[in-house]
Design a protein around this ligand. Structure first.
Ligand SMILES: *Cc1c(COP(=O)(O)O)cnc(C)c1O
Length: 372
């Protein structure tokens, strides 16, 4: 069997045609009409007023934090169990990150810990929907509203997912998405910020585009970034968007099959198949090696690699990141769930090319290795 990569994008003839047609039209920069159409269609899917397309999901978080005017003396609450993208601009802006642990069951931010972490200096709360399961975004939004604090809802791993029938990405004051090649829909590299707030939307558009001034283009009152998405990428985004149900269904089919194949395995725990009525969309399919297991996660990943199976470790907890020291923050605190997941979790292949036969091979190989 050929090497099985952990992730492969789903790119079909309609995607190819969309990109070719953008090239043929001559609209290839961010000025192309495809960008505005992609913004409008994506915002509509999630049920938000404004869509601001950007070059990637990290850029989406950067400008969201900047638009909320995060700076020295402010605190931003965020989960420890997430990607570094959530932390970057908090550190660069001189604000203080306040890390919160995850729930044991859904691996998502624990809302009671968010409540306990709020102070008079809290300027924003970042919630991340991890690996395709909804976080308790409703509860966090209620807590945040009691304190008048905005929520940034990072939905980069949960396009098309819902909680209580309401789309993820529609709950926060601002929400962010990534369209990196391993995400549920992709533009290769790409991202989006959504908001209902007109003033924030204007600021976000400015920050994305070098803070050009609508009245006097080259006169700047603030500095931004060039975080623009191209029309070629937006064209791909539009064609992916029209296939989103099919793409999500395939992820769910893969996830259900792995649950069947590995559900009775005592030395690993699997993601929840559903949480509060939402079926997991399995952006990735993670496994967590039980504390009692003979073999460590890195050992198993190496063994699987030797048998032609790609894996990827879970996020390394942010509160332990060595880079914190550079900014004068302590990395000695302890958040047990994030640490447990970071030490013992990895994900197994669930890309577009995943077939029932490869999944059976992967499950059998993983079981054998767990018994060594
Ligand atoms: C992928 C991801 C990002 C970053 O997106 P990029 O497009 O790779 O910059 C941010 N947040 C989460 C939760 C992600 O999974």
């Amino acid at each position: 069997m050929n090497y099985i990569p952990v992730s492969t994008p789903s790119l079909g003839p309609s995607d190819e045609e969309a990109v070719a047609s953008a090239v043929r039209s001559g609209w290839i920069s961010s000025e192309g009409p495809q960008v505005r159409e992609f913004e409008a269609r994506f915002a509509q899917l999630v049920g938000k007023k404004h869509g601001i397309a950007v070059s990637n999901g990290t850029a989406a978080l950067d400008i969201s934090l900047e638009a909320l005017e995060i700076g020295p003396g402010d605190e931003v609450i965020l989960p420890s169990f997430t990607i570094i993208s959530c932390l970057n601009h908090i550190l660069r802006s001189g604000a203080t990150p306040v890390f919160v642990d995850s729930r044991k069951d859904s691996w998502n931010i624990d809302s009671e810990s968010v409540r306990n972490a709020i102070s008079t200096r809290t300027k924003a709360i970042i919630v991340v929907h991890i690996y395709g399961l909804p976080a308790d975004i409703d509860e966090v939004c209620l807590i945040a509203a009691e304190h008048g604090v905005p929520v940034i809802e990072d939905s980069a791993e949960a396009h098309g997912q819902h909680l209580q029938g309401k789309p993820l990405g529609s709950w926060g004051e601002i929400s962010t998405f990534s369209f990196y090649s391993n995400k549920l829909i992709t533009t290769g590299e790409g991202g989006m910020v959504l908001t209902d707030n007109d003033e924030l939307a204007a600021r976000l558009r400015e920050l994305r585009n070098l803070s050009f001034n609508p009245e006097q283009r080259f006169v700047h009152h603030t500095i931004g970034w060039n975080y623009r998405l191209t029309a070629i990428q937006a064209a791909l985004g539009l064609s992916q968007l029209s296939r989103i149900s099919e793409l999500l269904e395939h992820k769910r089919e893969i996830g259900r099959h792995y649950q069947e194949l590995l559900g009775d395995c005592e030395t690993i725990s699997l993601p929840l198949s559903q949480y509060r009525g939402s079926e997991n969309v399995y952006w990735v399919f993670g496994v967590v090696i039980s504390a009692g297991s003979q073999r460590s996660a890195p050992e198993l990943m190496t063994a699987l690699h030797k048998k032609g199976i790609g894996t990827r470790p879970f996020f390394y907890p942010l509160h332990k990141q060595p880079v914190l020291a550079q900014f004068g923050f302590d990395s000695q605190s302890s958040l047990p769930v994030a640490e447990h997941l970071g030490d013992r979790g990895f994900y197994i292949p669930n890309g577009a090319d995943s077939s029932p036969e490869t999944r059976e091979y992967i499950a059998t190989t993983l079981r054998e290795e767990l018994q060594q």
